[in-house]
Design a protein around this ligand. Structure first.
Ligand code: ATP
Ligand code: MG
Length: 175
């Protein structure tokens, strides 16, 4: 689904919608030219995760980690920007795989092409375009159409199974 955002606030708001759907272990890639709004979208995602620290472009640091205080299943949010790195090997040397494959971490990756070979098919790929002075953001349909993607805790499933069992037993008893 392509969404045109007409201001920084609209891009942040789209980021908040995306952020609200993310669960622990998710990796989101943001592809787009310089200044296409990747960091702005990341700010919105971070807001949805309850992060109050300022999100800056991590261009010079490769990875910025923000601990999540909000009651989410994820423990941390990692903002990755490979723009200044030379290769996937350099990123591996900097410990990127520990972050990317950490099932407690939600990752957002700016300039994902350099680490393409490290990304799995489950990655949520978002493309940003700034043609003709328009900011267009292409988000996979399932993210915006089915926003409830959070992992349902096992306790809820157990509760549901017990309740169904209880009603079946009750139904049999009254027959
Ligand atoms: N609709 C819009 N959405 C996002 N940013 C916009 C929009 N319109 C104008 N801008 C401007 O575009 C710039 C986007 O900057 P941002 O840092 O988010 O881009 P980026 O893709 O992360 O850049 P970089 O490739 O350098 O990391 C900002 O200066 C912002 O003010
Ligand atoms: Mg950026």
């Amino acid at each position: 689904m392509i969404v045109e955002t007409k201001s920084v606030e609209e891009t942040m708001s789209l980021g908040r919608k995306i952020g609200a759907t993310l669960k622990a272990g998710d990796v989101v890639t943001l592809s787009g030219d310089l200044g296409s709004g990747k960091t702005t979208l990341t700010k919105g995602i971070a807001q949805a995760l309850g992060i109050t620290q300022t999100i800056t472009s991590p261009t010079f640091t490769l990875i910025q980690i923000h601990e999540l205080k909000k009651k989410t299943q994820a423990g941390q949010f990692a903002h990755i920007d490979t723009y200044r790195t030379k290769s996937a090997e350099e990123c591996i040397g900097a410990g990127i795989t520990d972050i990317l494959f950490n099932e407690k971490t939600i990752c957002v990756v700016e300039w994902p092409n350099k680490i393409k070979k490290l990304l799995t098919k489950e990655t949520i790929n978002i493309k940003l375009n700034t043609k003709n002075n328009k900011h267009e953001i292409n988000v996979p349909d399932h993210i915006l159409k089915f926003p409830i993607r959070k992992k349902i805790p096992i306790a809820y499933w157990l509760f549901l199974i017990i309740m169904i069992g209880f009603y079946l037993a009750l139904f049999k008893a009254v027959q």
